[in-house]
Structures are given as structure tokens and as C-alpha cells.
Design a protein around this ligand. Structure first.
Ligand SMILES: C[S@@+](CC[C@H](N)C(=O)[O-])C[C@H]1O[C@@H](n2cnc3c(N)ncnc32)[C@H](O)[C@@H]1O
Length: 262
């Protein structure tokens, strides 16, 4: 079982090393940047600023450090793809920013973090509970772990994902798809107190694809930047939650884990 997990991880790491060059292009394409920055801002919308010590697990090419500039005191980005970390250092390195090439479960730090976040990472991980347990040690007792995950549930989204798996050889085929309830339950089982909200209705596809010409993608991204925050409020109604592409979970240490003795 452990060997299977390790081989899934090394295949995933190899995949991201191989696609690092095309992956970084998303954050260099103007309309994708708008959508990707929006996803980040909406994911962290409830977190008071400035965020002091901030850790991103699975930071990819590290553009969160740029999008959030001025909103944190210290940023640490962690990813096990050396190819992506090289791009992160090249494009987004700087004062108060540190990128580390490591598996999340191997990362230790003398300092704990006020905010830890991961965007689109958990479903790549063969044993997500192990990662959530590990992150408890890196989180300050009053800290918050925020995770944005694509949610299974909307049949159209499921269909598009299956189509992409079929036509895109670079798509990571080992990904799990969580329902909102499953991802919340995972956190609860790991001892976190959770709340969640839906994120991304029109803008998410623009964060993931560079296929549109700029003269189409750019105005759409600007429109959705203003539209999505309003629509997200509407889809927060229980019957409509599945319409959103993503679910954001805000997790805090339960009373036992949050005590200083732990
Ligand atoms: C879908 S990408 C998301 C990247 C970035 N968060 C974004 O939104 O563009 C998933 C990232 O998580 C990283 N990753 C997956 N599992 C990891 C692990 N166990 N430790 C470190 N990085 C991991 C991959 O290398 C990849 O960069």
C-alpha cells in the first residue's frame, strides 16, 4: 500500500516536472492571471490581513507570492516538483519569500504558520489524511488551514473532466474527485473544525485553459472577476452549491489539538 502511494507520488511529481514549462504559462497569460488571482483572493477572502507567516502547499510556480504581495509578512511555498520550484524562484522569488522543493509530508519547520493553504493539491495526494495530520504540526494553535478543491457533483463538470482525461495526455489521471461532503468529512476525521463555501462559477475554466484568444479571454475574465463574487453568494444556498466548480474548506485545530501542550 505504502509502495503504491509512493509510486503514485513519484509519477505525479514526474508529470509536473515534465509539464512545468507549459504549466507556468497559465500565470503568464493575462486573462488566466486574472482568473487565477481571483481564485486565490476568493479562497482567502475570510482571512484577516496582513497574514503573518503564510505557507502554501503545492505552490506550483509560486505566483501566489506575487498575487498576495503586501498581504503577508513571510511566504513559504512548498512543492515537490523541482521544475516548478525553479520557475517559482525565477519569477516570484524575493525578500520574505522562500520556495522549498519537498514533499509536504517531509517538510518540517521550527516556526509554525498562521495560515496554510493549498489550491488544487489535495486530490493529487494518495493519502490526504496523512498530509492533513502532518500540517497540524505546522499550524499555530489559532491558525487556519484553507483548501480549495475541485468538487465532484456538478454533472457538467464531471463530464468535462472525463473528456479532458480522455483527450489531454498531460492530465494527471490518478486524481481523486471529492464531493464537498467527502472533503469536509476528511478534515473532521483528522480532528479539524471546518466550515466551507463554494467558489468559482464562470471564472474557473479561464484559470485552467489558455485556449482562448486574448481578445475573447481578457474581457470575459474581467467580467467574471466582478460577476463571480456575486454569483458565489447565490450558489451558497444548499441546493445550488454543486453548481460551483470548487469547494473551499477553512479548517481550524479542534480544541484538543489547539492546546499549547500539543
Ligand atoms: C494542480 S497543481 C496546483 C498548483 C498550484 N497550487 C496552482 O493552483 O496552480 C498541484 C501541485 O501540487 C504539487 N504536489 C502534489 N502533491 C504534493 C506533495 N505531496 N508535496 C508537494 N507538492 C505536491 C504538484 O507538484 C503540483 O505543483
Amino acid at each position: 500500500m505504502e509502495n503504491t502511494a509512493k509510486s503514485i507520488e513519484s509519477a505525479d511529481r514526474e508529470l509536473f516536472d515534465n509539464i512545468a514549462h507549459s504549466y507556468v504559462q497559465k500565470d503568464l497569460k493575462p486573462y488566466c492571471r486574472i482568473a487565477r488571482r481571483l481564485r486565490l483572493e476568493r479562497t482567502l477572502k475570510n482571512i484577516p490581513r496582513p497574514m503573518r507567516a503564510l505557507l502554501e502547499g503545492g505552490c506550483g510556480a509560486g505566483f501566489s507570492a506575487d498575487y498576495l504581495k503586501g498581504e503577508y509578512i513571510q511566504f513559504v511555498g512548498l512543492d515537490y516538483s523541482q521544475g516548478l520550484i525553479d520557475y517559482a524562484e525565477r519569477y516570484n522569488g524575493g525578500k520574505n519569500v522562500l520556495f522549498v522543493c519537498k514533499n509536504i509530508t517531509d517538510y518540517t519547520s521550527a516556526e509554525q504558520f498562521d495560515v496554510i493553504f493549498m489550491i488544487g493539491v489535495l486530490h493529487h495526494i494518495p493519502d490526504p489524511a496523512e498530509v492533513l495530520q502532518h500540517l497540524k504540526r505546522l499550524l499555530k494553535p489559532a491558525g487556519v488551514l484553507v483548501v480549495n478543491e475541485p468538487q465532484r457533483g456538478n454533472p457538467l463538470i464531471g463530464l468535462l473532466r472525463r473528456a479532458r482525461k480522455f483527450i489531454d495526455p498531460k492530465y494527471s489521471a490518478d486524481q481523486v474527485e471529492f464531493s464537498a461532503a467527502e472533503v469536509e468529512d476528511l478534515f473532521r476525521r483528522c480532528g479539524y473544525a471546518v466550515s466551507s463555501f463554494p467558489q468559482g462559477v464562470f471564472s474557473t475554466p479561464l484559470a485552467e485553459t489558455r485556449l482562448l484568444p486574448d481578445f475573447v479571454g481578457f474581457p470575459l475574465a474581467v467580467l467574471f472577476k466582478y460577476l463571480d463574487p456575486i454569483v458565489e453568494i447565490m450558489v451558497n444556498l444548499p441546493v445550488l452549491r454543486r453548481v460551483a466548480w470548487n469547494i473551499v474548506v477553512e479548517a481550524r485545530l479542534g480544541p484538543r489539538e489547539g492546546t499549547p501542550e500539543n
